[in-house]
Ligand binder design. Sequence first.
Ligand code: ATR
Length: 284
Amino acid sequence: MRFSSRQEDRLIDALTALYCIIGNPVSHSLSPAMHNAAFRALGINAVYLAFKVDEEKLQEAVEGFKAIGVRGFNVTIPFKRSVVDFLDELDEKAAKIGAVNTVKAEGGKLFGFNTDGMGFIRSLEEEGICYRGKNVLIIGAGGASRAICAYLSEHCNVTVVNRTAKKAESLAADFGLNWASLDDIPSILASFKEGDLIVNTTSVGLKDEDLELFDYERLLKPSFVVVDIIYGKDTKLLKSARKIGCKAVDGEGMLLYQGVEAFKIWTGKNPPIDVMRKALKSSS
Ligand code: ATR
């Protein structure tokens, strides 16, 4: 093995451990930059790559990872729920959420975890946002929403709204929350008080840039906290919230801290958070 004393000169060799992310699309992912920076900083002989996987090839990809001894991987859109079928065990939280974003290989088995909710909470805490006891409106009922709801349901009065109302109803039933349709947002926000939170977990803002989930100008009040978990982009929701005077937070902190938790699961080590943050900032 050829290791130089200078970390940046370290070479990939036959002992290099492989970690990766699978998704489709995945080329926008900042996880490789973040995790490779952390591996380098800690002198860990590992590399993290991104693989775009066709939807019908998910099982083959996961079995291939197992066969070649990939140490761990992240899972992103659209596989967070479907990957569960190909794993050996889930931790308690991932089982409750029904979705996995982090997989660890150990003893020939694949173990699934979900660090998205923890990442979300840590990003709120870092921003000094108090969420305990607050009213929270969660927009969207997909995998990301489920992960966030699993954590917030323990501390807040959460209402989930979704374009497909049935999905909001079923998510709310799983976590003991309130649910409503997108049309109910005006009446929900009318009862909101200072410091209450609005969280967008939908892809509106990423894909449908001009679409509004509700009338932002009319319904947002300066005392609200607005979180959009999309990262690397100033969405219309965040721009409007800032203009009105709300505290507005994007998804970069959530991305960072879900990665921090994944790194700990894989390596058992505390990663250098500032190095990971710097890698995110310089690649976005
Ligand atoms: P993720 O795993 O990232 O949460 P997802 O499971 O595909 O992704 O969920 C996407 C969410 O964005 C869903 O809540 C979806 O609403 P539907 O359940 O009705 O599909 C929501 N979404 C996507 N496009 C939307 C749009 N144009 N308007 C409102 N909600 C939208």
